[in-house]
Design a protein. Structure first.
Ligand SMILES: Nc1ncnc2c1ncn2[C@@H]1O[C@H](COP(=O)(O)OP(=O)(O)OP(=O)(O)O)[C@@H](O)[C@H]1O
Length: 307
């Protein structure tokens, strides 16, 4: 993997040991600039430890990393926004001030930070809370405010550790919108999650980590293509006997059959079914979702251990 300037973040062979345990065991990652990149994995997979090493919050025991062109990641910290797994803002600050304060920590002038804070709160549908103290907010709203604080200085790279956890569906949608808006302004977003639905909708690119090891890196479609297509077929006549012509894994439910589309495609099979007089009163072909691909890549056993 080249440590090229087209990459916002790259790392090769990152290792982190805690005692005897290798929490991260040789992770390599390449995050292209201007995209949304998801780090997916079950609980304890090593996502947070990887993100912390990439940001320079902890040092790897082995491996190299490059963040916005710097091999000492902290040298780029003013160009980075970060939502850590542990959330927290000063409870007595007002929302607008809390956001401006986080910007100031990354070098943004206070006056600019306050102005942008108002705009960001408005755009996120939280304008009404601009002058409310943090302690008055729900946990989910406080989390969104913290997220706005991590983007107020318009960072080139935004790193979000499990940003969706603890948010209700309305706030999850607000967050997805916010993440897309950041990408649209040209930022790179690197986020971790174990919730496939968000990753499926948001990610341009993703890697799947389990047991401290990268099991997959590619696009959502590439991950989904690891599994075969499934067909859902309803015969017009004699549904009960159609199974004799279908692939061996065909399962009947009411008047329909579900089976794996054979590697050569479904056309020849349909011709045989029509010739045999079964006809077609319904047919759909489903692509497996990212969740199924994740289970295949990580293994059901690893998922159970993590649950
Ligand atoms: N400071 C630490 N000291 C000891 N062990 C740690 C430390 N930090 C993480 N670990 C262990 O390293 C492994 C990976 O943890 P990490 O938090 O990186 O996983 P994760 O994928 O982010 O999980 P989660 O989704 O549950 O947050 C876990 O077994 C965890 O218990």
């Amino acid at each position: 993997m080249s440590l090229s300037s087209d990459l916002a973040v790259s790392a090769t062979g990152l290792v982190k040991r805690f005692g005897d345990r290798r929490a991260v065991d040789g992770v390599s990652i390449a995050v292209p600039r201007g995209l949304i990149y998801g780090v997916l994995g079950p609980n304890g997979a090593g996502k947070t430890t990887t993100l912390r090493m990439l940001l320079g919050i902890i040092e790897p025991d082995e491996g190299e990393r490059m963040l916005l062109g710097h091999d000492a990641p902290r040298d780029a910290s003013d160009r980075v926004g970060y939502l850590p797994e542990e959330r927290g803002l000063y409870p007595n600050m007002k929302c607008r001030e809390a956001i401006a304060f986080m910007g100031a920590l990354r070098g943004l002038p206070w006056r600019v930070g306050r102005k942008r804070a108002g705009e960001l709160l408005e755009a996120a549908g939280l304008g009404h809370a601009a002058d409310d103290k943090i302690r008055k907010l729900s946990k989910g709203m406080a989390q969104l405010v913290q997220l706005l604080g991590s983007v107020v200085h318009e960072p080139e790279l935004l790193v979000l550790d499990e940003p969706f956890s603890g948010l209700d569906p309305v706030n999850q949608e607000r967050l997805e919108k916010l993440i897309r808006a950041q990408r649209d302004r040209g930022a790179t977003i690197l986020f971790s999650t174990h919730v496939m639905a968000h990753a499926e909708r948001l990610c341009d690119y993703l890697s799947i980590i389990a047991g401290g090891v990268v099991k997959f890196e590619g696009t959502v479609d590439e991950a989904r293509a690891l599994l075969p297509l499934k067909a859902h077929y309803t015969p017009h006549h004699h549904a009960e006997t159609a199974g004799a012509l279908l692939p061996p894994d065909a399962e009947r439910k009411n008047g329909s059959w579900r089976f794996t589309v054979p590697p050569e495609g479904i056309e020849a099979l349909l011709v045989r079914l029509i010739d045999a007089g079964y006809g077609i009163s319904g047919l759909s072909i489903e692509r497996p979702g990212l969740h199924d691909a994740f289970v295949k890549i990580v293994g059901a056993e690893a998922l159970e251990q993590a649950a």
